[in-house]
Design a protein around this ligand. Sequence first.
Ligand SMILES: [Fe+2]
Ligand SMILES: [Fe+2]
Length: 159
Amino acid sequence: MLNYELRFLIFVKLYKRMGENTMIEFTENMMIGVPHIDAQHREMVGFLNKSLELCNANPTREEIEAGLNFLASYVTTHFRDEEELQIECNYPNYQRHKEKHEAFVESFLALKSTYANENVSPERLAYMLVQEVMIWVVEHVEGEDIEFGRYYNQVKGTA
Ligand SMILES: [Fe+2]
Ligand SMILES: [Fe+2]
């Protein structure tokens, strides 16, 4: 496993190679079939794209702070909403899913403490933010959340 710094540098390099107008599209393979959760995921992809723009636009500390504040309130609401649905329908992988949410909150908190270090440039912070959210969208939303959506719709008889 590559260490964090190396993976991070590779990510930045790759992103720069993709070009300044790279956007992540909210596509069907990200939809879990529960309308209010899908709306929240769409909002997260919108936030990801805004953060991608920040990487290329000499971000300020204030802009990074606004992004971190958005993310803090977003994850509180979103993870709670998903977990409530899972409890409601006795989702068998609830514990595992909840642990993944907690792991994301932990890496988010690590990002916040990096932000607290004033020697870290806002550009680097923007890339770190994007990397976290991108990994989350691709790994968690397209994996765990989709799996939950399948179960939910089966149980509810909507699939
Ligand atoms: Fe989610
Ligand atoms: Fe989730």
